[in-house]
Design a protein around this ligand. Sequence first.
Ligand code: PAF
Length: 277
Amino acid sequence: MDVVRTVADLRRRLPLDAGPRGSCALVPTMGNLHEGHLDLVRVAKARGGRVAVSIFVNPLQFAPSEDFDRYPRTFEADLEKLGALGVDVVYAPTVAEMYPEPQTVRVVPPPALTDILEGAVRPGFFTGVATVVAKLFLMVRPAVAVFGKKDYQQLRVVEAMVRQLSMGVEIVGVETARADDGLALSSRNGYLTAAERAEAAALRRSLVSAAASLRAGESIGGVEADAAGALTGRGWHVDYVAVRRRSDLAEPQPGDPLVIVAAAKLGATRLIDNIEV
Ligand code: PAF
């Protein structure tokens, strides 16, 4: 497995496979890899071409009040896991390599997607994500890129970017990996105290029960209010529980395939999850 730190080195190894774009699959990550990330790598491997994984904690997607400095960095352990899965290239640029000058050219995703839900709570977040993902695509030139469905809105933002900028990268979304109690795997789970970790699975349970209520014919407003109320009653600080259209997270129209998305804080840790209905 090659571990590459610079764009110049990356270019020397490109194309990562035969053909103008190669048939390389990229898994973009911020490191601190858990089974959820490894599932993405397995999906990338199953495509049959070469696999690149990027590890880059992207300052552009963290607000000054957020956890950029304390975001867990476990590079050596990450490399071991990726090596064991047969990854071909790990691209791990420094911040200076990714942003050699102030990144004033940015990719601004559609406001209809970014003014809502995560974007409303974390202004600028999706511009930071779209900009770094666009840069990674230009640097690695993958044919395919694999993202987790836990970050449902991020997946929709990346899909819109690729479509509207004709990037020609196939975007693959992968089901969320979960702990035995249903908690979605996330690097931020490591911030939870033991008591919070025991409580954290309530987020998933509330979504499962909200999905059942929707299927049973309860109104969208009622389902959202019940789920948010139940979590608040257990001590969570709820940012949103929202029933949305799967394709673009807009308010649903009758007949739309639905997803319920939720974000809530348990103590100091903010967790997100979703369930397709
Ligand atoms: O989901 C993540 O880990 C990040 O948002 C991503 C896609 C790697 C961009 O920094």
